[in-house]
Design a protein around this ligand. Structure first.
Ligand SMILES: Cc1cc2nc3c(=O)[nH]c(=O)nc-3n(C[C@H](O)[C@H](O)[C@H](O)COP(=O)(O)O)c2cc1C
Length: 367
């Protein structure tokens, strides 16, 4: 009996398996081999034609589609050099978790997939490790990630306190403990304010970051957690000797909104504050403008475009659009596939990399 595959993942896997077979074989052999599925395929075409109309929908306005100018890609995707290392694909797994029941398995899976595909990983907040090593195993993933970039993570509130108490050496110790390549500092005043147990910032985050940079020799990345940075904040960050700026833009997981779910009384009044911020698209545009206007004052020249990046095509577009070296980051998209078997995550990332290769072969960015 004929069977039309309806499950999206199965459909995707079917496509990749067949696409791979084709690209691995000699094309001559593929073309002239028998075609045992022809009859069912032809029937599928008739059955599916009416539901495959796109009238009334617009084509993605971001790209020129050039079907004439490439064969199906067989070569490697062009590597990106960022954070002093090589990314085989321009993908960053944004900071998430550690210190709970599921975290060890999630982080192990994420680290393994970074090694297998040449990606980079930001750890979730490592605050617990500053005082207690009970959950060290959750974060201790260098053995799984190999030499790919691995960054530890702390909030601006903790950095402020460490600077106040002359305890910045704790950061060096943390980086050594995890054999990390550097530190990500998340800047999250609205999250802290929305969180029932949130910290109060006594200093301007920019002052804290500047002081930190004076005291520490390791690479530092600065990020937001789902609302991005406005033009003046972005401008200040671009003028600092940071290893990279990670947008953590508005449009996906939003930590003010998340914390307000944990804080219903506050939510009723203050939910409006969860909807301020800047999307990754807006931030790419602001960054390009600032890079032009800052001239010699520009010190940070590497960007992780993240926050609301829904799929590889968004990531491909936004990184190509930026005028400095960049990769794209996703958190929730990876989390969905990292909680179970490694195989599931592997297949998800494999599909992303196939999509990137196809995009690279057939799509040009409209300026
Ligand atoms: C479960 C979860 C936990 C997170 N924890 C952290 C964290 O500890 N530190 C941090 O800097 N960002 C954290 N984030 C924010 C992400 O790094 C990212 O900036 C944000 O989720 C937006 O990306 P997305 O839209 O792709 O999910 C977390 C995100 C998720 C989904």
């Amino acid at each position: 009996m004929r069977h039309i595959v309806t499950n999206k993942n199965v459909q995707i896997n079917y496509f990749y398996t067949n696409f791979k077979k084709m690209s691995e074989n000699e094309f001559g052999k593929t073309i002239f081999s028998t075609d045992p599925n022809a009859e069912t395929r032809k029937q599928d075409h008739i059955d599916l034609a009416f539901q495959s109309q796109v009238n009334g929908l617009s084509a993605d306005p971001r790209f020129y589609y050039e079907p004439l100018l490439s064969a199906h890609p067989k070569d490697k995707y062009p590597a990106t050099n960022l954070l002093g290392k090589v990314f085989r694909y321009p993908i960053w797994i944004s900071s998430m978790t550690g210190g709970n029941k599921m975290a060890g398995q999630i982080n192990e899976n994420l680290a393994r997939v970074c090694k297998d595909f040449g990606l980079g990983l930001g750890l979730g907040s490592c605050r617990q490790l500053l005082t207690d090593h009970t959950y060290l195993r959750d974060f201790d993933v260098r053995k799984y990630i190999g030499d790919q970039p691995l960054f530890t993570n702390l909030g601006i509130a903790q950095i402020e306190i460490m600077l106040m108490n002359n305890q910045v050496d704790k950061i060096d110790k943390l980086i050594d403990l995890l054999d990390a390549d550097g530190l990500i500092v998340h800047i999250n005043p609205l999250q802290e304010w929305s969180q029932p147990e949130g910290d109060i910032l006594r200093q301007k985050p920019i002052d804290t970051i500047e002081k930190l940079l004076e005291k520490i020799n390791h690479p530092i990345i600065v990020k937001e957690v789902g609302q991005g940075f406005g033009i003046n904040s972005l401008s200040r960050l671009l003028q600092l000797p940071l290893a990279a700026i990670d947008f953590g833009a508005f449009g996906g997981t939003n930590f003010s909104k998340l914390e307000l779910f944990r804080n219903p009384a506050k939510r009723e009044i203050h939910e409006v504050m969860a909807y301020v911020g800047h999307t990754a698209t807006e931030m790419v545009q602001m960054t390009n403008e600032l890079i032009l206007s800052l001239g010699d004052k520009l010190k940070c020249r590497e960007i992780i475009v993240s926050g609301g990046v829904q799929n590889y095509l968004d990531g491909y577009y936004l990184t190509k659009k930026l005028s400095v070296p960049s990769i794209y980051g996703q958190a929730s998209a990876f989390l969905r596939h990292a909680m179970g078997d490694y195989e599931n995550l592997f297949q998800f990332v494999e599909a992303q990399t196939e999509g990137l290769k196809i995009a690279n072969a057939y799509l040009n960015i409209k300026e």
